[in-house]
Design a protein around this ligand. Structure first.
Ligand SMILES: [Zn+2]
Length: 233
């Protein structure tokens, strides 16, 4: 029997006609995001525990709708979205982690239960219960709420590992995860975190984010955090 791998989707933010944030000397966020994402994929796939997939693997444009379709229709254990930050204040720097807000996730769950026509890839056990209890909205809501509680626990625990690893190599902007209503994090079937790897609008950080060495350091930190989290779990 072959053991099932942990399937991790790495989402490089922006791409193609959407450059994302643009730095002081013209560094485009989309370029940094894809380089870090490709490196994380490589590190994960060298470990037999993981199977990593990318939402985009080159400089192509991918709408939020397409990204969400990919995430809801595939069996994925975790989504890690990679971004770089921007600020009007040039002195602001450092990495941060974002997870979905309770309000947004509950809205997504309620929408799903109301419309009930969207095809979402849930785990096999959950799908079986849903099939057998097609009209029991209360039961379905209970399951999805419980699942979200567990997802959030995973996201918070994983964030700790991410901060622990990142701070060895790079500056942190905030030491706790932020909650936000972000579309990419709001699929109801997948735990998800978004990492802002630094500010392209900060002169020094832009210079660092441009280098392969720094990109690889970030990728390695994120990989180690994932490895440590899943080994400990
Ligand atoms: Zn971004």
């Amino acid at each position: 029997m072959s053991l099932k791998k942990i399937i991790i989707a790495i989402d490089a933010g922006h791409g193609g006609q959407d450059p994302g944030a643009i730095g002081y000397t013209g560094l485009k966020e989309k370029t940094v995001n894809i380089k870090i994402a490709l490196q994380i994929k490589k590190l994960l796939n060298n470990n037999r525990m993981f199977h990593a997939i990318l939402t985009r693997n080159n400089d192509s444009y991918l709408s939020l709708k397409k990204r969400r379709q990919f995430l809801t229709k595939n069996h994925i254990n975790l989504l890690v979205s990679i971004h770089a930050d921007s600020s009007k204040k040039q002195y602001v720097s450092g990495a941060s982690v974002w997870i979905i807000s309770n309000t947004r996730m509950h809205r997504e769950i309620n929408n799903y239960l109301k419309n009930n026509n969207s095809i979402i890839c849930f785990s096999k056990n959950i799908q079986n219960i849903f099939n057998e209890n097609k009209y029991d909205t209360f039961l379905k809501k209970t399951i999805l709420d419980l699942q979200f509680n567990n997802f959030q626990k995973l996201e918070l625990d994983l964030s700790k590992h991410i901060f622990e690893q990142l701070k060895k190599n790079i500056k942190l902007h905030k030491i706790h995860p932020n909650y936000a209503s972000l579309g990419i994090l709001s699929c109801i079937n997948i735990p998800a975190i978004l990492i802002e790897t630094g500010f392209v609008t900060n002169f020094l950080e832009e210079k660092k984010l441009r280098t392969t060495d720094y990109q690889n350091k970030i990728a390695k930190s994120i990989y180690l955090a994932l490895k440590n989290y899943f080994l400990e779990f």
